[in-house]
Write a protein that binds this ligand. Structure first.
Ligand code: SAH
Ligand code: SF4
Length: 408
């Protein structure tokens, strides 16, 4: 593992990227086009120019990844100055950036306090693959759910991330990977979306995206906007533990690919592994999946299944999985369990995972076994938990140990 402290020298060619500061004015990142228009009106842009200026700004923010108003050559200097007085384009602060021996990168990002709260931290992970790369994005700091095999589930929920903060993870990744076009692209030029380092997004970081629905929706709509970040909805996957009432809204209002954290084929076991199952049992979850719009052979739901030794990995489980998913255009993703300190679960034996996969494959399902990536930097699925939370807990314990009994 290599731990790189964020340094200007390692920043992309565009130069040093400013980090968000609690005293900054509001950000323009995350605003919808109408909201951006309002911001421009407020900055003194004439009503008849708002549309054009909004389009220019959108292009600077999302297509070119501008972090400084001064760089916006096609916008008049006095307007750039007025915008810079009122708004920021700063990114979340990079607390640490870790690079795994397999090229996986993990960023711990700090977001300024909101209201009376305190600054919070969340992680994003970039997984490079041949000809593509996937960014795993967090939707919340912590999680209200308590899936028994998930490290994030042991962290108390702190808060939802805002649209700005969800998009901020993508912008930081593109900044750090040099994935925005170089500064010499002519204003207004189209930049191809193919060949980008971040070609896919999965909402599989910390948190339950469907419990932060509006912010996740608005962020993903901006990420998939063809005039900006341009990630096709086919390349964005929203993963849910099974918040059944929100699945139809996800289909209608977001329309990305869907992944379901199934992990068990019987309610008694799923109640333990994914406790939201007590509220929305398997049959209801699968009914919502069947009704997800636009499903066909090219647009399938991914069912995630974590392989836990002697818990859910029998061949009877595999057969039941195949039976349950009958009629749903589905992919099955077998995830070797990623252990974390203090967990009581173990990963299934490799031979058992393969036997399980063979059975599922024979039934006609593609069932890739997800290769664990970034294990040396605790970057794999379900291992994300903000370092500062751990430190704070440790500091608290140290502090408690110092307070004499009776005075605490
Ligand atoms: N809350 C959402 C998305 C984040 S979790 C959800 O539960 O779907 C992303 C995926 O990682 C989920 O499928 C989750 O079940 C899985 N996961 C969690 N902990 C894991 C672990 N320790 N090993 C392997 N996968 C894990
Ligand atoms: Fe939350 Fe997903 Fe982890 Fe469950 S698996 S605790 S829903 S992050």
């Amino acid at each position: 593992m290599v731990l790189i402290a964020p340094s200007p020298a390692a920043a992309p060619a565009a130069g040093r990227v400013p980090a968000r500061n609690p005293n900054d004015p509001p950000s323009l990142i995350g605003l919808s086009r109408p909201q951006l228009g309002e911001a421009l009106l407020e900055a003194g842009v004439a009503e008849r120019q708002v549309r054009m200026r909004t389009a220019q700004l959108w292009n600077w923010l999302y297509l070119r990844g501008a972090t400084d108003f001064a760089a916006m050559g096609n916008i008049a200097k006095d307007l750039r100055e007025r915008l810079a007085d009122r708004f920021t384009l700063a990114r979340p602060e990079i607390v640490t950036e870790q690079v795994s021996s397999d090229g996986t990168r993990k960023w711990l990002l700090r977001f300024p306090p909101r209201g009376a709260g305190r600054a919070v931290e969340a992680e994003a992970v970039y997984i490079p693959e041949e000809g593509r790369g996937t960014l795993c994005v967090s939707s919340q700091v912590g999680c209200t759910l308590t899936c028994s095999f998930c490290h994030t589930g042991t962290q108390t929920m702190v808060r939802n991330l805002t649209v700005e903060e969800i998009l901020g993870q993508l912008l930081v990744a593109r900044d750090r990977l040099g994935d925005f076009p170089a500064g010499d692209v002519a204003p207004g030029a189209m930049v191809p979306s193919e060949g980008r380092k971040v070609s896919n997004i999965v909402m599989m970081g910390m948190g339950e995206p469907l419990y932060n629905f509006e912010n996740v929706r608005d962020a993903l709509l901006i990420a998939s906007d063809g005039d900006g970040l341009s990630l096709s909805k086919r390349r964005i996957t929203l993963s849910t533990s099974g918040v059944v009432p929100m699945i139809p809204r996800a289909g209608a209002e977001i329309g990305t690919m869907l992944a379901i954290s199934l992990h068990a084929v019987r309610d008694e076991l799923r109640d333990v592994l994914v406790p939201i199952n007590k509220k929305y049992p398997i049959a209801e979850l699968l009914a919502a999946c069947r009704a997800y719009p636009g499903l066909n052979n090219a647009k399938r739901i991914t069912f995630e299944y974590v392989m836990l030794r002697d818990v859910n990995d029998s061949l009877a489980d595999a057969r039941e999985l195949v039976r349950l998913l009958k009629g749903i255009p589905a992919k099955i993703n077998l995830i070797p369990f990623n252990p974390w300190p203090g967990t009581g679960y173990e990963c299934s034996d490799w031979e058992q995972i393969e036997r399980f996969a063979d059975l599922v494959n024979e039934a006609g399902y593609a069932s890739p076994i997800r290769t664990p990536r970034g294990r040396d930097i605790l970057a794999a699925c379900g291992q994300l938990k903000s370092e500062s939370e751990r430190l704070r807990a440790r500091e608290r314990l140290a502090l408690e140990a110092m307070i004499p009994v009776g005075e605490g």
